[in-house]
Design a binder for this molecule. Sequence first.
Ligand code: B16
Ligand code: MG
Length: 221
Amino acid sequence: MTQITACIFDLDGVIVDTAKYHYQAWHQLALKLDLPFNEQENEKMKGISRMDSLEMMLKLGDREYSDIDKQKYCAAKNTWYLDLVSDMDKSEILPGIVEFIDHLKKENIKIALGSASKNARRILALVGLTDSFDEIVDGNDVIKSKPDPEVFVKGAGLLGTKPQHTIVFEDSAKGIDAAIAGSFKTVGIGSPDHLGHADIVVENLVNTSIFDLSKRLESKS
Ligand code: B16
Ligand code: MG
């Protein structure tokens, strides 16, 4: 059986459903800029940094924007996003997460967060999960955005674990790309439609055991 020594979790869309708040905030900006933004476009932006997301969104129109304007739009989107998340509490932790983390701790599996978000620490504090992670790597700690594997490679380095023995849990196609590029084991959370390149895809982590996942990963290798 594949020996798993650590798990690295994405934040938005895996630990908490902040993906919907990112979408709402981007949508507000799209309305202001009169851009044809919808859920399909949003799906492609999941997992990538704020500025990379904006660049992708601006391509939906035909105007050029200055760097100063781009900074201003990112700041506006973040202000709306922070307003949307300000009342979050532990009721917004996604199903099965708390139980799965407890299970991993009992089995002495190390745990890290690997998020593109610069707001990750704030969100973890709001939902009371900061102390659940042995290490946290977020958008403030990396130079390259997913699909570059930097965020996960850094997390594994801090945990002292090898990618071949580490599972990355991701809800975005770009995040799975990043984990594959770093030679990690991958579990996609959500629909196989856009996560089909992950080793395993599950709907959520309800009633999940690390032993079952290891067995399923073994049959893939
Ligand atoms: P922020 P994750 C990502 O977080 C989100 O999926 C993505 O939609 C967002 O643009 C990115 O963080 C940057 O977030 O604006 O808060 O710095 O999925 O990698 O946890
Ligand atoms: Mg995500």
